[in-house]
Design a protein around this ligand. Sequence first.
Ligand SMILES: C[S@@+](CC[C@H](N)C(=O)[O-])C[C@H]1O[C@@H](n2cnc3c(N)ncnc32)[C@H](O)[C@@H]1O
Length: 279
Amino acid sequence: MIRLAVRCRPAEAEMVLAELTVLAPGGVEETNGDDYIEYAIYGAQGELPDVGALEAVSGQALVEVVATEVADDWADRWRAFHKPLEIHGSADGTSFWLRPPWETGGPGEFEVVIDPGQAFGTGAHPTTRLSLQLLLDLHDRGLSGGAITDLGTGSAVLAIAAAKLGYSPVTGYDHEVAAIAAARLNAAGNSVELFLSRLDLKQDFPRLAPTVVANLTAQLLEMVAGSMTPENLPERLICSGLLEEERQRVELAFEGLGLMPVEFKAADGWGGLLFEGKA
Ligand SMILES: C[S@@+](CC[C@H](N)C(=O)[O-])C[C@H]1O[C@@H](n2cnc3c(N)ncnc32)[C@H](O)[C@@H]1O
């Protein structure tokens, strides 16, 4: 059994991950290095994408591709990697348990069960955690509910969390076929209703709900800001996927629309922002 690891620069990691999930729909294992993020795929010789294809999808973001031989218990290792995770907004606020279907849950009031096999969004990524924390903060301020739009829904982890926090209707968009397929399965697995559509934000822009969550990249967030108009502007916007040092450029992009940054959270070099419309 081979473990094929693609190491890439953190700034472009999410783009690489989006490409890798197409080449490796079985999922990837993520590890944070000092100055790289590593995505690893397990498989038998001949089953894995070839190194040239991995190099091609990673482009300028690539640091290196490392192949190592591993024992034949890779499926167990893969599962062992996804442990239940408790997410808190504020220290004494509401919490969420995220877990894969093969693990049992924790005692938290809310639980999101995500099969990480198909798309981005096991919930463990810092940007997903930051988005969930900001959703929980709104909930603890009594501001959950109403319609919500999830831009770049991936496995629908944020959309499902929102539905469990009382938002309705919950609409999720992603340009990846694999993401929408995984999102549908996860919505059914969590018994929540989501309205999911395939949409490329670079080409189309949806009608936004009063609350929007967008875990994308700084570049895509700027593009999202550029597509918003006074007639299609959320009252509250949670953004993540930006690096800490990209905070100012994302803030500037939305401030021009009258959305003011009211909260910033950071984890492992990533940032999460909550914007609110001017009262
Ligand atoms: C960082 S992941 C977030 C996934 C999930 N919302 C979470 O928080 O874990 C970004 C998602 O945006 C999607 N995405 C990237 N570019 C996009 C585009 N141009 N249009 C629509 N979705 C896009 C990716 O496929 C991916 O699922």
